[in-house]
Design a protein around this ligand. Structure first.
Ligand SMILES: [Zn+2]
Length: 281
């Protein structure tokens, strides 16, 4: 293991650019599991579970709440749960420490916005499915993403019996209709100017890395993931000087034969491995 970690550090050190691809497994290593009905879910969302029957944060995101008051009680609670602790987790701090001096970019399906919390700048992030802190018009009547921090923390704080006060509920400044968190929960998810700009930045980053040494650092992305894993593996295949480093557990750790010689797989506890890497850097 020690030898493997040293090799990873050398690869990062030598790289001209580092592309991070992250998904649910990274959040799990921080202690956040949006698919699980675990003790943490019951402690923080137990009242919703009792009232509506959903069994995880992700199910809550897709739940058809009967009223705006109830909908915002959930989404503001989720916001608070993800971001109430203003300091980044050790996992995210270690990750930032590892790449902060490099030319890096992040592509992720995580919605907790923990990259930005850890210091990763917004313009080097592509959050494919949005995040929990921005708002949009529910029907997407116009192409604008609004920062929701203030209103979300207020609603999280002022909610009672699973409802937020009616006069706190945000409405669309254009059509006057309801708003929602900018998350890909339905077809109205805005992939407009802001989203396209992030996508472009991601593509530009890949374009500028062409022919040079690039490290693809894949963190907690499931073996069958098509959104993040497939593009990273393809890029490894295409780029002569690419190194694909994937962190996962057991059967989720997957490296195709075609890129095996350019790849390093680490099967272990992501939180611990990142800490070791950050320390030994
Ligand atoms: Zn509208």
């Amino acid at each position: 293991m020690e030898e493997k970690l040293n090799k990873i550090l050398t690869k990062i050190e030598e790289a001209d650019s580092v592309l991070i691809g992250a998904s649910n497994g990274l959040s799990i290593s921080e202690g956040i599991h949006i698919f699980a009905e675990n003790a943490d879910f019951l402690e923080n969302f137990g009242d919703f579970r009792k009232k509506y029957g959903f069994r995880s944060i992700i199910q809550g995101c897709f739940y058809p709440f009967p009223t705006e008051e109830e909908k915002w009680a959930f989404f503001s609670r989720m916001y608070n749960y993800f971001l109430y602790n203003e300091e980044a987790s050790p996992v995210m701090k270690n990750l930032y420490e590892l790449v902060k001096d490099k030319n890096f970019f992040v592509v992720t399906s995580n919605i907790d916005d923990h990259f930005r919390q850890a210091g990763f700048p917004r313009d080097r992030l592509f959050e494919i499915e949005g995040n929990c802190r921005n708002l949009q018009c529910t029907i997407g009547c116009h192409d604008q993403i609004y920062p929701g921090d203030e209103i979300l923390s207020e609603m999280a704080e002022k909610q009672e019996n699973g409802k937020v006060p009616a006069d706190r509920i945000p409405t669309c400044p254009e059509c006057g209709g309801p708003m929602q968190v900018h998350l890909e929960v339905d077809r109205n998810f805005l992939k407009g100017e802001a989203w396209q700009k992030s996508l472009q930045a991601y593509q530009d980053f890949i374009g500028s890395a062409h022919g040079k040494k690039i490290v693809l650092l894949e963190l907690g992305v499931g073996a069958r993931n098509q959104l993040i894993k497939a593009p990273l593996m393809n890029l490894t295949h295409q780029e002569e000087h690419a190194t694909y480093i994937t962190f996962n557990r057991g059967s989720e750790l997957y490296i195709p034969e075609a890129i095996a010689t350019k790849s390093i797989g680490v099967d272990g506890n992501l939180a611990e491995v990142l800490q070791q890497l950050a320390q030994e850097k």
